[in-house]
Design a protein around this ligand. Sequence first.
Ligand code: TPP
Ligand code: MG
Length: 325
Amino acid sequence: MDSKEFLKKLYRTMVRIRYCEESLVEPILKGEVRCPVHLYSGEEAIAVGICAALKKKDYIFSTHRSHGHYLAKGGDMSALVAEVYGKESGCSRGRGGSMHIADPENGMMGSAPIVGGTIPLAVGAALASSIRKDKRVTVSFFGDGAAGEGVLYESLNFAALKKLPIVFACENNLYSTHLPIRECRVDDNISTIGKPFCIKSFRADGNNVLKVYEIAKKAVDVCRKNQGPVFLEFVTYRLRGHVGPDDNIQGTNTDIRPKEEVAVWRKKDPVKKFERFLVKNKILSKTDMENIKKQAEKEVQKAHAFALKSPYPKKGEVTKYVFNQ
Ligand SMILES: Cc1ncc(C[n+]2csc(CCOP(=O)(O)OP(=O)(O)O)c2C)c(N)n1
Ligand SMILES: [Mg+2]
């Protein structure tokens, strides 16, 4: 793929994620979507930049805010939207909802609402790759909130000890639910936590897709050469509420983020930022970008139509495919 095609693909994937996320706002507010949904709007550059550095066979493990990771790794949008609606045709057969998204065919190994819960699973997958020598790299996505979970530190130690091919990718959106990072961490620079484990660590602007890609590519190459793990921190901001479109979903007015702060970050919107770059460098014209948006809009409409016409799991089968002890 030449570099223009590559940049176009990055842009298209970011737009697809944004349009898909925003298309869920109305159904959530109308109560048509019943599961909790953590929208990824504003953080697209991280999933897209990192997944562009990966091969299809590489693994990713995600969080409660998982839609962007799934789409960036090649997941089908219709199966995602159907899952969010709880339909049998969803990527987890409607049993999981927004926080249990998976697509093993494309290396998206799963997501879970337990903060930090997928980090040791990702380490386990990287351990398997290292034993099998299959040259796969695993990316563990987690939020700044997971830096308060002990399991992260155990995972860092074990991964460093065994030199596992894993990239720890922290999406620092400055809040853990409604708790600002400065109120729960002594040092808001999360990347420093890799240092005591002798893990190469980097921190960068998570709203700049090219920067994310550049750093992720280096990290993935290090892991591919069995010189991992690597710790990456990307600073970003969510443009929607912690859960639901605006945290007002139950009328509780819980988005306590200062309006001025939100306004500053709106100006750093990663999609708009990349658009300015693409126009300035004459990579895409405004018409090209409009066409990409129209295609994304069509894909989103198709995904919703597919989800709406799909059946719910049958009454007697809701526990089918669900883990039972
Ligand atoms: C172990 C655990 N503790 C608490 C919660 C409740 N909870 C859900 S999301 C969340 C915040 C996560 O923040 P962060 O990791 O920064 O991700 P973000 O939502 O900002 O993307 C919390 C505390 C949980 N799901 N799991
Ligand atoms: Mg956070």
